[in-house]
Design a protein around this ligand. Structure first.
Ligand code: ADP
Ligand code: ZN
Length: 708
């Protein structure tokens, strides 16, 4: 069994070995057993059901909560030559009927479907008449009412156990906590599932958290080292999202806003651009997240503090899915702490729930004020012990300085107490520094015994100290919303002199620039750059032709490996990780040509194109051209389409299509709205009648007509 699985891994997906527990999971499911898979983002969950789907007889049904996720996976499988379709609400009745027919004929291996659709009685009845290979329930944490991704439709998936006895079910999630895990087992009736728990460490992510001090400038400094990289900047409010996106654009960083308040079309448009284009920055609220499968997000930056480590882990986890270096960056300050604490106190809900949320926030704050390895602390929160400091976070790399803050902390607490426990940090600092201003005078605070006792520290140091007192829970923030500070019972031992207090010093701004070479473009050395860009250009072109995001053609990691291993033949190319049989056939030649082109422009490809145009003009059919040029027909069609869109060939020169068939194809393209749909979207309609490549050519001709 495992041998067959290995073969599929190499032939179809182009990978040499299984990662982590993939092999064991696949063996379990392929043999008909249930499985619960907990694996971090980027760990490779998809293969855990895709390989068994190919090993077993019948149709594999994959439940996925979002259309975007489904489309992405179907496009990826399509590129690998695996027959997969997604059933979703955007399909017409006709299209759905066609899909159903293809499924009945056994032409489809994987069916992606939303949970609410799967549990419709008609759908279930349809499936019960078929041989089902397995059910995969992706993003299984959506069944948990505690998580913020709860989807009631998921609750109904429990019935699959009863309706399809003997069909293996595999549930997958990147959500780590114990409670969610138990809920999944219970609600999906996975009592017999073997549990596969992976480490939740994301070793390729570099973690950095720094105190806020002109956050936009800090962000710019961070981005300046990452020009051309794709990333996400999270902000708390919609207003701030818009402001920051506009600011970044002004500063020359291509940024788009995303939040729930934008019109649906604009949101969808921005998301699509983020996925399809390279080097865009998405400035977003947490509304942007689940379903973002883009593997080459190089950084996630937080301009506001998330409200729990669960949220922080999940949001930062969207960086570096492809396993290449990535960075999680956050700037946080006293205002964040005050704001979140106030939100919590003012929130609805019972006391128990509030206390839980309070604990979560405290854990988040503790991570910010951490004086030892951040990764160790983060993993420890998810019950995972890491024996050594990671060496790959700001604290491990830059170190931290601590200082004995016992005396100043007492002075600060005393200032809060003596001024009546109702003033904010600004006023308290004025008192400690002995500033003789109107507010101090009008309140008579110049007579307090603490007035002016704190001149040994500067304003910034006092603010840092107050922030840390709040973060550590020694001081509370008022709930009325004016930011007044009160003593918490937790500070009594310190006030009574029973304990001391060590605090971390804020790092100097300039010390925070070293760290991981987290930018993929930083990984490419000077002399490689030209070829790297040439490979990316070819990838982008192929992606446009196929109507898919570039990473669906090849991920960055595969391009990097091509660059480093410099294959010179198809058989060498086949050894590159991520090049399976189908992609080798489709794209091998073209990428080899770019590599052979060396420093200069990809000349062989240009020659090939030139020759192809001549042959087509001479009246050769695509299959004749393919054998003449020793490449696949697929490639020939792709190149023909390209020549048509560059208006070097007319459609009539390229293809010999019957008039009425041509009309039918054109109608299919023009049927929808203003935009031309991708060829793949109408391929269904002409399956078995014409090559998909023909559709690409017709589309190219239509597009050229519109542009011209
Ligand atoms: P997840 O769903 O767990 O976030 P994916 O299934 O999207 O992760 O996989 C993340 C990336 O890792 C994908 O680009 C995938 O092709 C790649 N990958 C998965 N398994 C392997 C493997 N065994 N070898 C190499 N790359 C792999
Ligand atoms: Zn570390």
């Amino acid at each position: 069994m495992l041998e067959n699985a290995q073969r599929i891994l190499k032939d179809v997906f182009g990978y040499d070995k299984f990662r982590g527990r993939q092999g064991a999971i696949i063996e379990r499911v392929a043999a008909g057993g249930d499985a619960l898979v907990l694996m971090p983002t980027g760990g490779g969950k998809s293969l855990c059901f895709q390989v068994p789907a190919l090993l077993r007889q019948g149709l594999a049904v994959v439940v996925s909560p979002l259309i975007a996720l489904m489309d992405d996976q179907v496009a990826t499988l399509d590129e690998l030559g695996v027959a997969a379709v997604a059933l979703n609400s955007t399909l017409s009745a006709d299209e759905q009927r066609l899909i159903a027919e293809r499924i009945r004929r056994g032409e489809i291996k994987l069916l992606y479907v939303a949970p609410e659709r799967l549990v419709q009685p008609r759908m279930l009845a349809f499936l019960q008449n078929l041989e089902i290979a397995l059910f995969a329930i992706d993003e299984a944490h959506c069944v948990s009412q505690w998580g913020h991704d709860f989807r009631p439709e998921y609750l109904q998936l429990g019935q699959l156990a009863e309706l399809f006895p003997g069909v293996p079910r595999i549930a997958l999630t990147a959500t780590a906590d114990m409670r969610t895990r138990e809920e999944i087992v219970q609600r999906l009736h996975l009592e017999n599932a073997e549990r596969f728990l992976s480490s939740f460490d994301r070793p390729n992510i570099f973690y950095r958290i720094l105190p806020k001090d002109q956050p936009r400038k800090q962000l710019l400094a961070f981005l300046a080292q990452r020009k051309g990289d794709a990333g996400i900047v999270y902000c708390m409010s919609r207003k701030k999202v818009e402001e920051v996106a506009a600011y970044l654009s002004e500063q020359g960083f291509p940024a788009l806003p995303y939040h729930a308040g934008l019109p649906n079309e604009l949101r969808a448009f921005n998301q699509k651009r983020f996925l399809n284009e390279e080097g865009l920055i998405m400035v977003a609220t947490i509304a942007f997240g689940m379903g973002i499968d883009k593997p080459n997000v190089r950084f996630v930056a937080h301009l506001d503090l998330p409200k729990s480590l669960e949220a922080y882990y999940q949001e930062t986890g969207r960086a570096g899915r492809d396993g290449l270096p990535a960075e999680a960056w956050m700037a946080y300050g006293l205002q964040d702490v005050i704001f979140l604490k106030q939100m919590l106190s003012n929130s609805e809900g019972d006391e128990r729930h509030k206390r839980l949320e309070q604990h979560k926030l405290d854990a988040m704050l503790a991570l910010c004020e951490q004086v030892t390895c951040r990764r160790q602390a983060l993993l420890a929160y998810f019950d995972e012990q890491m024996p050594e400091p990671c060496g790959h976070c700001d604290i491990c790399v830059d170190g931290v300085q601590t200082w004995d803050a016992t005396e100043p902390a007492r002075q600060a607490l005393s200032a809060i107490y003596r001024s009546g426990q109702r003033y904010g940090v600004g006023h308290l600092v004025d008192i400690l520094l002995g500033r003789d201003n109107d507010k101090v005078r009008s309140l008579g605070h110049q007579h307090l015994s603490v007035f002016g006792v704190g001149k040994a520290l500067g304003e910034a140091e006092w603010r840092t100290l107050f922030r840390q007192l709040v973060a550590r829970g020694l001081v509370d923030v008022d709930i009325e919303g004016f930011g007044g500070l009160r003593l918490n019972d937790g500070c009594r031992p310190l006030l009574r002199g029973e304990v001391g207090l060590e605090l971390r010093r804020d790092p100097k701004p300039q010390s925070s620039s070293k760290g991981g070479a987290s930018s993929a473009s930083q990984l490419v050395r000077g002399e490689e750059r030209q070829q790297w860009e040439a490979l990316r250009t070819l990838r982008r072109k192929l992606a446009e032709e196929h109507g898919v995001p570039p990473y669906v053609i090849f991920p960055d990691s595969t391009l990097l490996e091509m660059l480093r291993s410099q294959p010179t033949s198809l058989s060498e190319m086949a050894r590159v990780s991520g090049v399976g049989a189908r992609k080798l056939e489709r794209y091998g030649e073209a990428f080899l040509a770019v590599l052979a082109g060396g420093e200069s422009a990809p000349a062989p490809v240009a020659d090939l194109r030139h020759e192809l145009v001549s042959l087509a003009r001479a009246g050769m059919t695509p299959s004749q051209i393919a054998s003449q040029l020793a490449c696949t027909e697929k490639n020939v069609y792709a190149l023909l389409a390209e020549a048509i869109s560059r208006q070097q060939l007319s459609l009539e020169q390229a293809l010999d299509l019957p008039e009425d068939l041509l009309g039918e194809i054109q109608d299919a393209f023009l049927d929808g709205d203003a935009e031309l749909p991708p060829a793949s979207s109408i391929a269904e309609l002409f399956a078995g009648r014409v090559e998909e490549g023909v559709l690409h050519c017709v589309r190219a001709a239509l597009a050229a007509e519109f542009d011209g």
